[in-house]
Design a protein around this ligand. Structure first.
Ligand code: ADP
Ligand code: ASP
Ligand code: MG
Length: 816
């Protein structure tokens, strides 16, 4: 046997009731108990009606007419005309009775709990009788059962407690006598010993259903509602809430305790004790799998999901008792809880400060006055003697709770919860962690509850992408290759590293463009830049600072000194800097140190791996050696891709000038090739390596023996090429002298503590430098750990693609 319960929304209209009948007919069980709620919203309407009458408001009559109309209309649209009359008169009859009661309330101005239950019972009675008539019209085999004759309770009207034994017995005996396929039962209502109508508390139809399920030992209990299951948060507030396909009884109970009202907390108890699985299903999407609740541990979508769900209770109030008189005096909390229990007030949450100076309890707003009154009496003498301050009430509060069995074995969940709330400016009034550690709850202001649930849901359930906001200056050889690589890897980064790239700004020496939304398009950046503003470095810098976006990185792919001069401003604002521009790190030692210090102080990454050896992992390796305690003894290196290319290619057949021109055309040289050929570029690199090794060094400390005749350094780049032509014989001789001794020309940089030098050397075949082809670079690190056989890094040390990929790697490193 199955028990199916249909909530208010499922029976709110004739159309919905038709869906209910279809679901019941489609059930595979041979016999089903169908428990129904009142038409959606009716319980609240009936309460409002009674309150109006009790307040002496004549409008209760109009209200009553509306409710009557609503029921009559459902009958009219649900049943065939020929079969309507008996149901219409049934509805009229009930409303006549209801009218009499309402009139008495109006006259007496009294709406006692006993009367409340009389009135509320009309909701479920009417809905179940209308549905019965519909079943009859479909010729279904059914029997209507009055729950009041079956479910016996105490006399705690509006929230009655069930006498389990006689109730269970009544249910099983009665059902055993029935042969019909469907047993239709109004939910929520019951009666006491005297035969007076009682109700089981709001949401109590679930409880009725669970009692039936337990008594008949049903195979399962199905709760049909308007959502496709229990979700990670209330779907009305969190659009990304996800269905929990399978949850343990205990966790479901915890979630519903803190407001996930898709099921009513005590509902679970009879079903749980009897081990009956509960299935939450959607009347409006019956094919959806729904949520299974049983004894097995919750199935998490991902193993790393620690939290099962987030619930919230919107309208609560906080009562605080505080005072020095409480410290070390046992019994204060005993009195407190006994008082509240005697006043039948449900305590939702309790927190006590460790100093025992204060206790806070959260209660439903509807109970707060009664609670304060009871406590004022109990603590009368303590309050008047000043040991305890008058009891304080705070309203307009809400509770948000994280629920999950797995939380107890995972430290840091509450830390994350409160830092997420804090970061979003949500003030926490009180915190409680259930002793079972199945929930962590926070009392916050009612105004913050929506934001709180959403940010918590985002933090614990949604895949969070880290947006990397790039401001790129320079779109020459390296810059444009970088943009092409970013475009190519965009999807990979998103799916594999959860990094969302955004080009927040882009500039070259003529134009600049910024984009607030999706960023400058990686497909059309050229035209976007074309249409941008006139480039102005000061304006660019200010804009980056003002935008104040998260995870910002300024990427300098220029060789420009003015751009290098801006890093300080960015680092000071915690904006990361990635540079292939070497100027900053090879300027004065003080400037270099200032940038390193700012980077540390403001937690802003400053990476420049491509300053030495393009994409080769030279600086990163050096940093790793030092971090792990190694010390540099000597560095020897061939660090100029340009010079290597030139001397590998030059064999006096083609002119030296032509070879240098090719190097420039192929993108190996600095914009002014003299920086390469004159040794400045290599000096900068060895200087940076020395500094990164922990030594204070300046350009002036490096000995440079130039191989270019002095006249080459005069005038423009074209003048320089002219001078190369003039001095062809000089270069030819250098080559031929070396070749005669079976040696090759290499431009070598050396650093040892205290001295550094750069210059052209003719190396013999035994040298590590001899077999170095194309534009390769090589670095030999002699360190304490590598004293004789150096650590060697060798590979392509120039070229736009490898340099761009080195910059790319640095960019990604800023995220971690
Ligand atoms: P019924 O009328 O079927 O008894 P309820 O309105 O009592 O339905 O409960 C269903 C509602 O519970 C859903 O429409 C949803 O808005 C709300 N709800 C709150 N928290 C959750 C949650 N965690 N998962 C699913 N529904 C939730
Ligand atoms: N009609 C009652 C209520 O709205 C019981 C129920 O629907 O579960 O609380
Ligand atoms: Mg409900």
């Amino acid at each position: 046997m199955y028990v199916l319960k249909f909530g208010g929304s499922s029976v709110a209209s004739a159309d919905n009731i038709r869906k209910v009948a279809e679901i019941v007919q489609a059930s595979e069980a041979s016999q089903v108990v169908v428990v129904v709620s009142a038409l959606g919203g009716m319980t609240n309407e009936l309460l409002a009606l009674g309150t109006k009458a009790a307040d002496g408001d004549e409008n209760y009559k109009g209200h009553l007419d509306e409710l009557r109309e609503r029921h009559l209309n459902v009958v009219k649209s649900l049943l065939p005309i020929t079969g309507q009359s008996s149901s219409l008169s049934m509805v009229m009859q009930h409303f006549n009775e209801l009218e009499d009661i309402a009139e008495s309330i109006f006259r007496l101005r009294e709406f006692s709990l006993v009367t409340k239950d009389r009135i509320l019972a009309f909701g479920e009675t009417l809905s179940s009788k209308i549905i019965a008539a519909y079943f009859a019209s479909l010729s279904l085999s059914y029997r209507w059962l009055d729950a009041r004759n079956i479910i016996l309770t105490n006399s705690k009207f509006t929230n009655a407690k069930v006498h389990m034994e006689p109730t269970m017995e009544n249910i099983s005996k009665t059902i055993a006598e029935f042969k019909e396929k469907i047993i239709l039962v109004p939910g929520f209502i019951a009666s006491n010993k005297k035969g007076q109508t009682t109700t089981l508390g709001r949401g109590g139809s679930d409880y009725t259903a669970a009692l039936f399920a337990a008594a008949v030992n049903a195979t399962r209990l199905e709760i049909w509602t308007d959502v496709s299951g229990m979700m990670t948060a209330d779907p009305r507030w969190v659009s990304g809430a996800k269905i929990i396909t399978h949850i343990s009884f205990k966790e479901a109970m915890e979630l519903s305790h803190f407001g996930a009202k898709v099921i009513y907390p005590p509902t679970i108890i009879p079903a749980m004790n009897a081990g009956i699985p509960i299935l939450i299903k959607n009347t409006f999407e019956p094919e959806a799998a729904g949520t299974l609740i049983d004894n097995e541990p919750t199935t998490h979508e991902l193993d790393q999901d620690i939290v099962t769900g987030i619930s919230s209770m919107t309208e609560i109030a906080l009562l605080s008792i505080e005072g020095s008189g409480m410290v070390g005096v046992p019994g204060t909390s005993k009195t407190l809880f006994e008082t509240l229990a005697a006043a039948q007030i449900n305590v939702i949450l309790i927190t006590q400060s460790s100093s025992e100076h204060s206790i806070c309890v959260a209660v439903d707003v509807a109970d707060v006055e009664a609670a304060k009154e009871a406590l004022d009496i109990s603590f009368q003498s303590e309050i008047s003697s000043g040991k305890i301050e008058p009891i304080k009430i705070e309203r307009s509060l809400s509770i948000v709770a994280l629920v999950g069995d797995k939380m107890k074995s995972h430290p840091g969940i509450s830390g994350k919860m409160f830092s997420v709330l804090g970061r979003n400016g949500i003030n926490v009034r009180a915190i409680a962690q259930g002793s079972s550690e199945k929930n962590i709850s926070a009392v916050i202001s009612f105004e913050d509850v929506k934001k709180a649930i959403n940010v918590l849901h985002e933090a614990f359930f949604e895949k969070v992408y880290k947006q990397l906001n790039l401001f790129i200056i320079g779109v020459g050889n390296v810059g444009s290759r970088l943009l092409a690589q970013l475009k190519q890897q965009r999807e990979y980064l998103l799916h594999n590293l959860n990094i969302q790239l955004r080009i927040a700004g882009l500039a070259n020496s003529r134009k600049m463009v910024f984009s607030d939304n999706g960023g400058v398009s990686l497909d059309h950046w050229e035209s976007a830049l074309q249409e941008g503003h006139k480039y102005d470095l000061h304006h660019f810098t200010q804009t980056v600072l003002e935008k104040n976006v998260r995870n910002a990185v300024v990427v300098d792919v220029t060789a420009n000194a003015a751009v290098a001069g801006t890093y300080k401003k960015f680092l000071e604002k915690s904006i990361a800097v990635v540079a292939c521009n070497k100027i900053a790190c090879s300027s004065t030692y003080e400037d270099y140190m200032q940038l390193k210090t700012l980077s540390k102080a403001f937690n802003a990454p400053f990476f420049f791996e491509t300053n030495v050896g393009a994409g080769l992992p030279v600086i990163g390796t050096l940093n790793d050696l030092l971090r792990s305690g190694d010390e540099v003894l000597k560095i020897q290196a061939v660090l100029s891709g340009t010079l290597n290319f030139v001397f590998n290619k030059y064999d006096a057949t083609e002119s030296f000038e032509q070879v240098v021109r090719t190097a420039q055309k192929d993108g190996y040289t600095e914009p002014d090739p003299r920086l390469d050929l004159g040794g400045t570029d290599v000096m900068r690199k060895i200087l940076i390596l020395a500094r990164e090794s922990g030594f204070e060094l300046n350009m002036a400390d490096i000995k440079n023996t130039p191989f270019l005749p002095a006249s080459c350094f005069e005038g423009s780049v074209e003048d320089f090429y002219g001078q190369l032509k003039v001095h062809e014989q000089h270069f030819k001789k250098l080559y031929e002298d070396a070749a005669a001794q079976n040696r090759k020309l290499k431009y070598v940089a050396t650093f040892e503590p205290g001295k550094a030098s750069v210059g052209l050397e003719a190396v013999s075949p035994e040298s590590d430098f001899y077999h170095l082809y194309g534009k390769d670079n090589i670095v030999l690190f002699y360190t304490k750990r590598y004293p004789d056989q150096p650590l060697v890094i060798k590979g392509a040390g120039a070229g736009a693609d490898v340099t761009a990929s080195g910059v790319f790697a640095d960019l990604i490193k800023t995220v971690y």
